[in-house]
Ligand binder design. Structure first.
Ligand code: GLN
Length: 501
């Protein structure tokens, strides 16, 4: 170990195939140090993030930190002192709406371009205790509103699999950072699909935990009844490791639930059998779904069948209303949550003529088009006279959708759909049509509305004209609090069943 650290020759680290468990074992054995690992990711991130020197200009990071090596040295000291945990020295990308004390957290908005966080988010506090290494802050759609990272005030994130296409959103930077080997894993936030959709577009595992499983303290609020923080990783095992590190009851978020609160019931399949898989076929027949996505989905079902899973058709009679309900509830919460950006307390301040003009001018200058659109929509659905017609009705339907899922979960343990209706689309393809962009979320919003955990796993590729191979994702939703079954089936699906944590 000592000899290696002194040596000036950097070990060649196979970043493509690296996982948390492999990196941990290698650092423990002294095959490479946390500093060497961090340097390898920094080199890769530097080569790919910017467009300078012929680089692809992925723009996954809005900032790559200048103290990464310092952080990694602390991780090495923990290894030396035999105090390392599984996550010690593991390089993370963090979405730019999660607070890390003293660092900029902009939510990819001009409003917060120069804002420095004054405290650590609970998830960050937990990761710091483990001694992880933060590589940088990842690009996103402004305030997490969007599905392509094109709403970032600081430029789009390109998909590392095909740089003419989006990486997805809103956590596109987190997904691209991992897919371009600019970090081993990442954190994102998911209000309507913002972890799962970019993970699917970039060929990764992405988990939206049960509402309340992970503290929201220190993530900038978008839709408070929908938001969750979750991991991006290359394997289900890695996602599980991160989930276990960040979950848990937190006095600073009263909606959090204890790890021990839930012991989900199983379906009627009987003890000892594999979880039963449910398919809402009636929801998969629409025109909006790409043919290759459906083919790939059916192949995924075949794969599960071969692995010995029973597949049952299920009915979710009201799932078709999910998108409409989401696009009422979410903007209502957005309009309320974003009222705090008033140009007075923190963030951007633009001088108007009078006090109230300051407010208008600041919000007009600080917020981009999509954010303003949602504030307007939200204010509308909450206004007197429309509150009952839109907001209350949406909430009632939200409850009915949840009941549909609860009923389906009496017969099955996991409900599966494609993660997205099509693979990654071209940059600029949907920017002129907000509704086309909203339709991207058709399969993902339901898990946020019901609060249930959902995970996407890579399920293969779609070949498109021009020769690029675009990743596709397979989404699994489980009962409230039942991430364990997601991990079990996900590992089986990805052939990680023998992996040990
Ligand atoms: N694409 C969805 C939206 O635009 C999801 C956003 C999110 O999960 N933060 O609202």
């Amino acid at each position: 170990m000592e000899r290696r650290l002194k040596s000036t020759k950097m070990p060649k680290i196979d970043l493509k195939n690296l996982t948390i468990t492999k990196a941990h074992a290698a650092m423990n054995a002294g095959d490479f140090s946390a500093v060497e690992l961090a340097q390898a990711y920094l080199d890769s991130a530097a080569a790919k993030n910017s467009g300078a020197n012929g680089g692809p200009g992925i723009n996954a990071y809005l900032e790559i930190y200048d103290d990464v090596i310092e952080q990694a040295k602390e991780a090495d000291a923990r290894f030396k002192a035999k105090k390392a945990t599984l996550l010690t020295g593991i390089p993370f990308a963090i979405k730019d709406n999660i607070l890390i004390k003293s660092r900029v957290a902009s939510a990819a908005s001009k409003m917060l371009e120069k804002y420095h966080a004054v405290y650590d988010a609970t998830v960050i506090e937990k990761l710091k205790k483990e001694g992880v290494v933060f590589i940088g802050r990842a690009n996103m759609d402004e305030f997490a509103m969007g599905g392509s990272t094109e709403n970032s005030a600081f430029g789009v994130t390109k998909n590392p699999h095909d740089t003419t296409r989006v990486a997805g959103g809103s956590s596109g930077g987190s997904a691209a950072a991992v897919a371009m080997d600019g970090a081993l894993v990442a954190l994102g936030s998911d209000t309507g699909g913002s972890i799962r959709q970019p993970a699917s577009f970039c060929g990764l595992v992405g988990l939206k935990p049960t509402y309340g499983a992970v503290s929201r303290n220190g993530v900038m609020a978008m839709g408070s009844s929908l938001d969750q923080i979750g991991p991006f990783a290359k394997t289900v095992t890695d996602a599980e490791i991160i989930f276990n590190a960040i979950r848990g009851l937190d006095p600073l978020d009263s909606t959090t639930i204890s790890d021990k609160t839930y012991s989900p019931k199983k379906s009627d399949a009987g003890a000892g059998t594999k979880p039963v898989i449910g398919v809402p076929r009636h929801f998969l027949g629409g025109d909006g779904i790409d043919k290759t996505v459906l083919e790939n989905f059916n192949e995924s079902l075949e794969k599960l069948k071969k692995l010995g899973y029973e597949i049952r058709d299920i009915e979710l009679p009201n799932i078709g209303y999910s998108l409409a309900v989401y696009y009422i509830v979410m903007p209502a919460e957005v309009s309320s949550n974003l009222s705090r950006f008033d140009g007075v307390k923190y963030g951007l301040h633009v001088d108007g003529k009078t006090g109230i003009d300051d407010y208008f001018e600041t919000r007009a200058a600080g917020f981009g088009r999509e954010v303003r659109r949602r504030i307007l929509l939200g204010t509308y659905v909450l206004s007197s006279g429309y509150y009952d017609a839109y907001y209350n009705r949406a909430n009632a339907v939200r409850r009915i959708i949840t009941e549909d899922f609860n009923k389906a979960f009496e017969k099955v343990d996991i409900i599966v759909t494609p993660t997205t209706p099509a693979p990654a689309f071209k940059i600029g393809e949907k920017t002129a049509d907000p509704v086309a962009m909203y339709l991207e979320d058709i399969f993902t919003v339901t898990a946020n509305l019901t609060g249930m955990p959902a995970m996407t796993v890579p399920s293969g590729f779609s070949e498109v004209a021009g020769g690029a191979k675009l990743p596709l994702g397979f989404q699994m939703t489980a009962r409230h609090g039942d991430e364990a079954t997601l991990f079990e089936v996900g590992k089986d699906f990805m052939d990680e069943s023998n992996s040990t944590i």
